[in-house]
Design a protein around this ligand. Structure first.
Ligand code: UGA
Length: 430
């Protein structure tokens, strides 16, 4: 099928390369001319395992191309996915002006039937507004349908999540739209959930919020574990083997970051409030996520006494492993706080240092984990990159001034670390 993707960010680009991999004829649009230039050279502007390979494959096969013109994109696609950004406003609500802009341009330029699909993360009822906007600007009365198709992919495993999803959710208003959506995804083997547009939108809100709630829940439990002499890893395992609970997203740590959970939770709280329900449960989820970061810093203070003048090595800056994304990363809050208290920080991350340099230009970035450790009073682990799990711990200890490790992601075992001679603190581990 001829498909157009408008907005070639994380979701858009992944959708585009994967749909071209599945055999569709895809055109990706973006208003960022520099990004389009890079893409046309087969270079991915984001770090995502497997993405660049599929990008090159699509370009070589001739099933994937790029443009900065919405008009060209509209002309091409029978199905048009809107994947533009919906950044948060001051009050937590999502800024939908880019969606409105794109919908208006599509409506003004389309010359034949189009299926227009919202894939950006949007508040419930955006689909209805999208439809109204297109109707208002569709002066020639061209036929169209609107659909919602929320995306559940994770950064770092976006390609796999897209091609092998747990489910595909589509919100449609008629059989014509459903048939086309089924055709788009016919090569993917996954349960196909067909709902109305509002239900599809709420499935996205409710799924992300539920996952964030699981994380805050286990983080809250971790604080009790420490005080009670329990180990949150064992507790999570014991809980997670119950299929009704499930073991994923029960890793205690310094909490969730990224561009999705914090923003989506705020947006869900706001839209629920606008609709007349106060989602206090989710306010608490956000509050615990902040508390756990502060609690982590308290641990560092307890061990180092005065932070001022101490050398602190930090491993991991991205909001999670396998990405260079630092948006809303817990590391930003923690580094800011430690710098405020007078720490000297050296840091290493396999992918996120270039981005972090823009926020903290003055900390000492190193080329590998060991180089951060010379004379360090403490080592903090903030992201669970695989590379850190395989560190030569004897070497780590020898390089440090005092062998203190505060592990914000529980990548090591307290007993083993103590045997090796470290003063080691994880999260929720007695
Ligand atoms: C999340 C969802 O998992 C996706 O399904 C969704 O499509 C996406 O948001 C989105 O709305 O676009 P993502 O933000 O890429 O994906 O990252 P996750 O893997 O979900 O991790 C989010 C945060 O939770 C990270 O900071 C991670 O470190 C933290 N986390 C995750 C924990 O602290 N503990 C866990 O057990 C799991």
């Amino acid at each position: 099928m001829k498909i157009t993707i408008i907005g070639s960010g994380y979701v858009g680009l992944t959708t585009g390369v994967c749909l071209s991999h599945l055999g569709h004829q895809v055109v990706c649009v973006d208003n960022d001319v520099e990004k389009i230039k890079l893409l046309k050279q087969g270079i991915s502007p984001i770090y995502e395992p497997g993405l660049e390979e599929l990008l090159k494959e699509g370009m070589e096969k001739g099933t994937l191309s790029f443009t900065d013109s919405i008009e060209e994109g509209t002309k091409h696609g029978l199905a048009i996915f809107i994947c533009v950004g919906t950044p948060p406003r001051e009050d937590g609500s999502a800024d939908l002006s880019s969606i409105e802009f794109v919908a208006t341009r599509v409506a003004e330029t389309m010359e034949e039937y189009k299926l227009i699909i919202e894939k950006s993360t949007v508040p419930v009822q955006t689909g209805l507004k999208l439809k109204t906007t297109i109707e208002l600007n569709n002066k020639r009365g061209i036929e169209f349908d609107v659909a919602s198709n929320p995306e559940f992919l994770r950064e770092g495993s976006a390609i796999k999540d897209f091609l092998y999803p747990d489910r595909i959710v589509i919100g449609v208003e008629n059989e014509r739209a459903e048939k086309l959506m089924r055709e788009i995804y016919e090569k993917i083997d996954a349960p196909f959930i067909v709902t109305n547009i509002q239900s599809a939108e709420i499935i996205k809100h409710a799924s992300n919020s539920f996952l964030a709630m699981k994380i805050s829940y286990i983080n809250a439990v971790s604080m009790v574990c420490e005080k009670a002499g329990a180990d949150v890893k064992e507790v999570a395992r014991g809980m997670g083997l119950d299929h009704r609970i499930g073991k994923e997203f029960l890793n205690a740590g310094i909490g969730f970051g990224g561009f999705c959970f914090p923003k989506d939770l705020k947006a869900f709280i706001k839209i629920s409030e606008d609709l007349g329900y106060h989602m206090n449960l989710l306010r608490e989820v956000l509050k615990i996520n902040q508390e756990i970061r502060e609690y982590f810093i308290t641990k560092v203070r307890d061990l180092l006494w005065n932070i001022k003048g101490k050398k602190i090595a930090i491993l991991g800056l991205s909001f999670k492993p396998n990405t260079d994304d630092i948006r809303e990363a817990p590391s930003i809050y923690i580094i800011k706080q430690l710098l405020k208290e007078g720490a000297n920080i050296s840091a290493y991350d396999p992918a996120a240092m270039e981005k972090m340099k823009k926020i903290f230009p003055d900390i000492d970035y190193k080329e590998n984990p060991y180089d951060t450790l010379g004379d360090a009073n403490a080592l903090l682990i903030l992201t669970e990159w695989e590379e850190f799990k395989n560190l030569d711990l004897e070497r780590v200890k020898n390089l440090m001034k005092t062998p203190i490790i505060v592990d914000g992601r529980n990548i090591f075992e307290p007993d083993e670390m103590e045997k090796l001679g470290f003063i080691y603190r994880g999260i929720g581990r007695a």
